[in-house]
Design a protein around this ligand. Structure first.
Ligand code: S3P
Length: 448
């Protein structure tokens, strides 16, 4: 996993970016495709799967619990064991840097009669797991986690699953697709109806894919605009052929690169544009970004398009807090766009950013300050004074940007480097392997 030796890299100022590219498969959809294929009876085929470390951690864990998962040419084949058919893994499951693997698989194990320990890297071991432990414990699972000095439940942790588990009705206290998905996965092998009340809409790939695999899942909206998701347990899932679209969260880096480098004009083909994921593109358009979706189509129940982006003069805006869940992973790269805009960009409602792969508000603030950007860090957001399109200083005294085992911090500052006077060094590029293998090469093809 990301235990690789750190590799510092300098990103140099760039001439106009041009060309047509595609980005690797969607990380969220890839995890879910492997998991639900494992729970179907028979052989599913997946193309476009993200072959990043996070998804490979999920694949390895599923293999350890009985799935046969193989790759030939571009096709991944999963021989599913059926809902309830997972077996006890022999060793602890190493989740590397991946919160999605850890949380979704904890849900899966919770309603099977197996016991397993989950471990992760230094970043994942700091992330809060109480939000998953609480609902899964209510379903009957026994979860023992390490307690931090400030009394947070963190990894490593051991889940002793229970079968049959108790169906749960649960109102999500945090807007989290991972918590929602963990409960739904636990609900698949639980008799009766598992019901989730979701006051704030988060990415809905699990619901869409569960329906595609033949689960009985109903989604309604109540009078208070909450989504109510009801899943009938002891489901029988049918194997599927899945085409994973390009990841909008990866495309985001290339979109901002094209917006901030003068003269750029690029197309990113085959990107998922599920509205629960595209908040960044809406915000950038409001800032004056020329971003168009072409050839809109639906692939495997998910909306997809080619994204055409041209360099644009950006203007800072006040980003409404309610858009955050639809761009929760995109704030680091939005902050880079904001640093190049004219005027002020204000963000708020971003407490969740402090518990991602790193504390993203603090890491971004530190890095941007090194670049000479004026900003204010609040508890729940950053306010950034943009340079009005002027190149950034390139790093105080050749300081290196600290990536803190966070792929999105690394890639955000890599893109910022294109808009510096003399280049920008980041201390470690290896975390990009978790979600965007080939990031540097792809960026280089746009610049050549
Ligand atoms: C994800 C949900 C989000 C997101 C993460 C992937 C998922 O996390 O940040 O990168 O695939 O469900 P939260 O559920 O913690 O918001």
């Amino acid at each position: 996993m990301t235990s690789n030796t750190p590799q510092p890299v300098t990103f140099k100022p760039s001439g106009p970016l041009s060309g047509k590219i595609s980005v690797p498969g969607d990380k969220s959809i890839s995890h879910r495709a492997l998991i639900l294929s494992t729970l179907a009876i028979g052989k599913s085929r997946i193309t476009g799967l993200l072959e990043g470390e996070d998804v490979l951690a999920t694949a390895d864990a599923l293999r350890a619990m009985g799935a046969r998962i193989e790759k030939k040419d571009d096709v991944w084949t999963v021989h599913g064991v059926g809902v309830g058919g997972l077996i006890q893994p022999e060793n602890a499951l190493d989740m590397g840097n991946s919160g999605t693997s850890a949380r979704l698989l904890m849900g899966l194990v919770a309603s099977h009669g197996i016991t397993t320990t989950f471990t992760g890297d230094a970043s994942l071991s700091k992330r809060p797991m109480g939000r998953i432990i609480e609902p899964l414990s209510r379903m009957g699972a026994d979860i023992q986690a390490r307690e931090t000095s400030d009394h947070k439940a963190c990894m490593p942790l051991t889940v002793r699953g229970i079968c049959p588990a108790i169906p749960l009705e649960y109102r999500l206290p945090v807007a989290s697709a991972q918590v929602k998905s963990a409960i739904l996965l636990a609900g698949l092998n639980t008799p009766g109806i598992t019901r989730i009340i979701e006051p704030v809409l988060t990415r809905d790939h699990s619901e869409t894919m569960l329906r595609g695999f033949g689960a009985d899942i109903q989604v309604e909206t109540d009078a208070d605009d909450c989504r109510i998701i009801s899943l009938t347990g002891e489901a029988e899932l049918k194997p599927q052929k899945i085409k994973v679209p390009g990841d909008p969260s990866s495309a985001a880096f290339m979109v901002v690169a094209a917006l901030i480098v003068p003269g750029s004009d690029i197309v990113i083909e085959n990107v998922g544009i599920n509205p629960t994921r595209t908040g960044l593109f809406d915000v950038l358009r409001d800032m004056g970004g020329d971003i168009r979706f072409a050839k809109k189509r639906t692939v495997g129940g998910e909306p997809v398009a080619d994204i055409h982006v041209r360099h644009s003069a950006l203007t800072g805006i006040d980003v409404p807090a309610k858009i955050a869940p639809s761009m929760i992973d995109e704030f680091p790269i939005l902050f880079i766009a904001a640093a190049m805009a004219s005027g002020q960009t204000i963000t708020s409602g971003l407490h969740e950013l402090r518990v991602k792969e790193s504390d993203r508000l603090s890491q971004m603030a530190k890095g941007l300050e090194l670049l000479g950007v004026k900003l204010t860090e609040k508890e729940d957001g950053l306010t950034i004074e943009g340079s009005g399109g002027k190149t950034l200083s390139g790093g105080k005294a050749k300081a290196m940007i600290e990536t803190a085992l966070d792929h999105r911090i690394a890639m955000s500052f890599a893109i910022a480097g294109l808009a510096t006077k003399s280049g920008l060094a980041i201390d470690d590029i290896t975390p990009t392997q978790t979600s965007f293998p080939g990031f540097e090469n792809l960026l280089a093809t746009l610049a050549s």
